[in-house]
Ligand binder design. Structure first.
Ligand code: DAK
Length: 300
């Protein structure tokens, strides 16, 4: 049933949005796609991103093509604003972040930060808000084509799932600029691909291609360039078709493995599992299985 739901979702998304009363409008993106758009807390438009809905997925497209989506302060502010708006929107179950075919993002904006001095960085706690992307409660999926370098790779790693297209290239080239990764590149990369491979990338600035990234466990899968958005949105809509609290608890519990030792993690998992038996969706999900019908989630 889930497979049926996911394969249908993309086709019905515009109809659904209209039926649900959104102010639907068509939006062209730099992947050349068009979707319906409307979510209450979203701004009508952003300077550096496109934000729209596709069925039950929120879609954020980095849109600074001339600079290969280099992550200037304004772009990051836009990403965080739209992510929070989708996080609060009950009709959205998961969020996809993508870039263009040539670049997911070529890193922090080197031109913007090049002349900053230590005191400016320190007093303003430069880039502190970047980490907020990892604080979004709903599942986030990075759909990556082309370059994901430096802060671009770090932004992708803040997401829960990374899907790459054949053209994707990942790297932490900060060492070539005389600095180090500053937003999780030294920490999340080692957890994703292990010390030996992370060290090579961070110390040499070497890039890895999509297939290497899949072999190393950095991305969950590689898809043809032309299928990237279809696959990412299909996955986001499939995740959105499940009980929202169950999905949120699954995300929180998996992420707790970053912070906890095994014994604490297993205890946390068990306690979360126990707590789910207070949910209507647990009753409904199991009853629906027994009655051989699709579950009707109440999201509580
Ligand atoms: N910043 C600014 N502009 C960039 C850019 C970047 N990261 N990457 C590309 N651009 C601009 C280029 O300057 C060029 O602009 P114009 O010259 O046309 O005005 C335009 O985008 C097209 O780029 P190219 O002409 O270079 O295009 P190519 O196809 O020849 O090369 C490339 C593509 C991706 C290989 C190349 O552009 C490149 O090497 N870009 C820089 C990659 C890089 O070094 N990235 C790491 C940046 S450092 C932190 C949070 C985050 C960070 C640090 C701290 N905290 C929370 C503390 C992150 C740091 C970084 O990401």
């Amino acid at each position: 049933m889930a497979a049926v739901i996911s394969s249908c979702t993309l086709n019905v998304s515009f109809r659904c949005a209209t039926r649900m009363g959104y102010a639907a409008r068509r939006v062209a993106t730099n992947h050349g796609r068009s979707f319906s758009s409307a979510t209450s807390d979203l701004k009508p438009s952003y300077e550096y991103i496109l934000a729209e809905k596709n069925g039950s997925a929120g879609l954020i497209t980095l849109n600074r093509p001339k600079a290969l989506n280099a992550l200037c302060d304004g772009l990051l502010d836009d990403v965080i604003h739209a992510s929070r708006a989708f996080d609060k929107d009950d009709s959205v179950g998961a969020i996809v972040i993508t870039g263009s075919k040539k670049a997911f993002a070529a890193g922090a904006d080197i031109k913007e930060m090049s002349s900053r001095d230590y005191m400016q960085c320190y007093i303003n706690n430069q880039f502190e808000s970047w980490g907020d992307v990892a604080k979004i409660n709903k599942p986030t999926i990075a759909a990556i084509s082309g370059y994901a370098l430096g802060g671009g790779c770090e932004l992708a790693m803040m997401c829960d799932i990374m899907i790459a297209s054949e053209s994707a290239k990942f790297g932490q080239p900060e060492i070539t600029l005389g600095v180090i990764p500053g937003c999780g590149g030294t920490q999340r990369l080692i957890r994703a691909i292990g010390k030996a491979k992370a060290m090579e990338m961070v110390l040499s600035g070497n890039m890895i291609d999509a297939h290497q990234a899949e072999r190393d466990g950095l991305v969950c899968r590689v898809v043809p360039d032309d299928n990237l958005m279809e696959e990412a949105l299909k996955l986001a809509n499939k995740i959105s078709s499940f009980s929202r609290p169950a999905v949120a608890m699954a995300k929180e519990t998996v992420n707790s493995a970053y912070e906890l030792n095994l014994a604490e993690g297993l205890r946390f998992e068990r306690r979360i599992f126990h707590s789910m038996f207070s949910m209507e969706d647990q009753k409904e999900g199991m009853k629906a299985f027994i009655e051989k019908r699709p579950a009707e989630w109440k999201h509580k």
